[in-house]
Design a protein around this ligand. Structure first.
Ligand code: CO
Length: 159
């Protein structure tokens, strides 16, 4: 279980460096990030949120969907639009509507350094865009259209 960095913190607003070492240290970090995300009831976690300025993110929408690990990800195609409520593990209790692309295609590496391509839409695409923003030092609060009170949420998951 790692400590989640909360806003304000410089590391959350810095552009991350690319990962070049895909060895056991990275694998342990990914496993720890995943555990930390689950423990915090989040659906996504980016490395700067645990104080590491590298292009690494883990995502799991629910157990059935399985775990997604994104290393050095880059969006190559994007289309459509969706607007919905987001939260963030680095901003406890803060929620707001954000507009995102509906469909994205990205290139990334897995934990072994192998390239893969992924096309995602709707909620998964939203969570991926939120996490990729973290890797650029961009926080969802810079994109919020309207803040939503916690008591007005039907259910919420943090990214
Ligand atoms: Co976040």
């Amino acid at each position: 279980m790692l400590t989640i960095v909360e806003h304000p913190s410089d590391i959350l607003e810095e552009k991350c460096k690319r990962v070049t070492n895909f060895g056991v240290e990275l694998h342990e970090l990914l496993d720890n990030m995943y555990e930390t995300m689950i423990e915090a009831d989040g659906v996504g976690l980016a490395a700067p949120q645990i104080g590491i300025g590298e292009k690494i993110a883990v995502i799991e929408l629910d157990e059935d969907e399985g775990r997604l690990e994104l290393i050095n990800p880059k969006i190559t195609e994007q289309s459509g639009e969706q607007t919905d409520i987001e939260g963030c593990l680095s901003f406890p209790g803060l929620y707001g509507t954000v507009s995102r692309f509906y469909t994205i295609t990205l290139k990334a590496k897995d934990r072994y350094g192998r390239d893969f391509t992924l096309t995602a839409e709707d909620y998964l695409a939203r969570v991926i865009q939120h996490e990729l923003d973290h890797l650029e030092g961009v926080l969802f609060t810079s994109k919020v259209i309207e803040y939503v009170k916690e008591e007005d949420l039907e259910s919420s998951e943090d990214e």
